[in-house]
Design a protein around this ligand. Structure first.
Ligand code: ADP
Ligand code: MG
Length: 695
């Protein structure tokens, strides 16, 4: 292996490459675009494009692609070669125009009805704030995607817009508070990514995993995660080799892969990068998920990114660590040594508390998906109720602000290990609360309710926009204040008092919390259809329209797409279940019953003194279960037909949730109980033991 510093970013058209390869004036112009968002002229683009092409060709590229993030949930790419006919042959060319604008056919991407399929034209536009890179022989150019008529059709554009909005509002406030040198503020994100690895041969034998990403049947293995021996456990050789390979691939792409470890469930792992600005973090997380899957193939493994591949053990999530920092290098969510007099910090904290309280529905909506609905509220992920955890220290500060009583900091206590050879160290000033959906962790917030496969652009544009809105309201309240400090203090106190109901430092898994949250008037939106019912609430539409993140029509389109995707996913799951039930499980159980009966008959024929009770009883039990199983399969089919016939998307999603999904659970229960009683030789699918302990 080459040395990591040399390997790192070797496939990225990064600042170092730009400095080496671009004329000074071009470099400066491009930097201005990247750092200050200034528009780029075509002359500059031409020079950049040519340099990019030369660099990429040296790395073996023949093609370039505009890489974008449509509403499908995966990234999209269409490759064009650099060739240009010249004389008898070709030359390799790449123009500024090609760099800046691409024209993929937009008709086959989800648009939520804002455009008809015959209006096929769509544009991709270069996002110079995320560096281009080389992968699989192509030059990848990160882009935003919109329709011919200008409607936003992707996840990236709203994120970029929200970052601009938050920056503008934060700068205004900071300037007002006297920080005149701050000209730009960026949100930063470090997403921790969970995943499962299963053996490819086992995977190939499971139609459900192949078609839906999760097991639709499967009796629990005798061992699960109860011994807590997997979390942070020593990493198996095969998995370690995979992780090593993965790190290398990610490093080449300039992705700051930092931490890796085993997670709670058997076969579950996590990777966390060092944080970076939100848009780059988004691109990097999309790439990370893709590289995870591809690298697994090389190792005879399959990487599962579904939120709930296995019932009975933890599913996979993603922790969105989020903060805001200035161009002068200040982390605005760092409380400093004296948070009690750090009014700037208090003001930003108050803005976030207010935002999370007022837009708790949006935060819930943004993490809603068919997959993630299995986790939220299942005592393994934060509940569907959105609340915030501030920790002891900050919690005490907020209490003191609200009550007007003096604040006593616990400060950083010294931790005595009690062993001479071990150094004593300072404890963090807040313990962790793993059950909270939105937790303060020292100098950032950790939004923990995300599903593992989610594109983080969505939660982040919501977060950025709602905080921008609160800051804008704060600015209006403060701008004419005579005594600014007193005004800030009063505003912080008023805001925290009004919104303290969103703060909860207790155990989010406790049953009491559900009742307590209800008393506090917090929402408990258990499934995607329930959550989505709030998406188009007036306050939400106003928020996005006011900040020009998406228009009312675009928001509506997103709502339709989310609902459609949900119904389609449940439809596929139900059909897959029916397929497996009819073609695999029913014949297998029937054959096993037949063998039992044959054995019983043979015993009887041989001698009346040999008992055939075991075979007979088991045959009877399985026959009874099988009859129920077949009936439930038919009922599931009826439920699917009925749900599919519903026209309106929200109503349809509810039909899938309330009748199809409910029936699937019933069917699975009977199926799994048959698996427990059926010979492994006959059972047609690899077991949970094979899948969870097979690597
Ligand atoms: P844990 O699992 O204990 O929560 P990790 O170290 O695995 O912590 O992950 C913490 C994540 O938070 C990392 O990705 C880290 O880079 C990120 N992070 C740290 N500081 C910031 C910040 N200011 N803004 C955004 N993310 C941050
Ligand atoms: Mg974490």
């Amino acid at each position: 292996m080459t040395k990591v510093p040399e390997l790192f970013g070797s496939m990225v058209f990064n600042d170092k490459v730009m400095q080496e390869r671009l004329p000074k004036t071009t470099y400066k112009a491009l930097k201005k675009t990247i750092e200050n968002g200034e528009p780029l002229d075509e002359g500059v683009a031409n020079v950049v494009a040519n340099a990019m092409k030369d660099w990429a060709v040296e790395l073996g590229c023949t093609h370039f692609t505009h890489w974008f993030q449509p509403m499908t949930g995966v990234t999209a790419e269409k490759h064009d070669s650099f060739i240009q006919p010249k004389g008898d042959g070709v030359i390799m060319e790449f123009s500024g125009k090609e760099l800046i604008k691409g024209e993929p056919d937009a008709s086959s991407f989800p648009s939520g009805g804002i455009r008809a399929t015959f209006e096929a034209r769509g544009y991709t536009t270069w996002d110079p704030t995320s560096p281009a890179f080389v992968k699989d022989g192509s030059l990848y150019i990160p882009t935003a995607f919109c329709s011919y008529t200008g409607e936003v059709l992707d996840k990236k554009t709203p994120l970029l817009r929200s970052m601009e909005r938050l920056s503008a509002e934060a700068v205004r406030i900071l300037n007002l508070l006297g920080k005149k040198d701050v000209t730009r503020v960026a949100t930063t994100v470090g997403p921790e990514q969970e995943y499962f690895l299963v053996d490819k041969e086992m995977y190939d034998l499971r139609e459900d995993l192949k078609l839906t990403g999760r097991t639709l049947f499967g009796a629990m293995a005798p061992k699960g995660q109860e011994l807590e021996d997997h979390y942070f456990g020593s990493i198996k050789t095969r998995v370690a080799a995979y992780m090593r390979d993965l790190d290398e691939e990610l490093w080449k792409l300039g992705i700051l892969a930092k931490t890796k470890h085993n997670e709670v469930a058997p076969s579950q792992h996590e990777l966390a990068p060092v944080f970076t600005t939100s848009n780059i973090a988004t691109d990097h997380n999309e790439l990370t998920m893709e590289v995870m899957k591809k690298t697994a193939e090389k190792h005879g493994l399959v990487c599962l990114l579904h939120e709930k591949p296995f019932a009975g053990v933890n599913g996979s999530g993603k922790h969105n660590n989020w903060s805001i920092s200035t161009n002068t290098g200040e982390n605005l969510l760092s409380p400093g040594k004296h948070p009690e007099t750090n009014y700037q910090f208090q003001l930003f904290l108050a803005a976030i508390v207010k935002a999370v309280h007022e837009y708790q529905d949006l935060l819930r909506i943004t993490v809603a998906s068919a997959g993630n609905d299995h986790r939220l509220g299942a005592n393994e992920a934060p509940p569907a109720i959105i609340s915030m955890y501030l920790g002891d220290d900050l919690g005490a500060l907020v209490d003191s602000i609200i009550s007007g009583k003096e604040y006593v900091s616990h400060g950083k206590e010294k931790m005595e290990t009690g062993v001479e050879v071990l150094a004593d160290f300072k404890k963090d000033n807040s313990d962790r609360n793993r059950t909270s959906p939105f937790a303060f962790t020292g100098n950032k917030f950790e939004f923990r309710a995300l599903g593992s496969s989610l594109n983080i652009a969505c939660p982040n544009y919501m977060l950025n926009t709602m905080v921008a809105e609160e800051l804008s309201q704060f600015y209006d309240e403060l701008k004419d204040a005579e005594d600014l400090t007193e005004a800030v203090k009063a505003l912080v106190k008023k805001t925290l008092t009004e919104h303290q109901n969103i703060i909860f430092n207790g155990d989010n898994y406790a049953d009491d919390w559900v009742d307590e949250a209800e008393r506090r008037g917090l929402l408990n939106l258990k499934s995607l259809p329930e959550a989505l019912s709030h998406f188009l609430d007036e306050k939400n539409v106003n928020l996005f329209v006011k900040h020009k993140i998406v228009s009312k029509e675009e928001l509506h389109a997103r709502y339709e797409i989310d609902l459609e995707t949900y119904s389609k996913q449940l439809n596929i799951e139900a059909l897959t279940m029916i397929d497996i039930a009819r073609k695999n499980i029913t014949p297998a159980v029937s054959a096993f019953v037949r063998e039992l009966i044959d054995a019983a008959l043979a015993k009887k024929a041989l001698s009346a003194s040999i008992s055939s009770a075991v075979e007979e009883n088991l045959a009877a039990e399985l026959s009874e279960k099988l009859e129920k199983f077949v009936a439930l399969t038919d009922e599931l089919q009826d439920a699917v037909i009925e749900a599919a016939s519903v026209e309106e998307n929200l109503e349809k999603a509810f039909a899938y949730r309330n009748s199809v999904f409910a029936k699937m659970e019933e069917l699975r229960k009977v199926g799994d109980s048959m698996e427990e009683k059926t010979s492994a030789e006959y059972w047609p699918l690899p077991s949970y033991t094979d899948l969870l302990f097979g690597v």
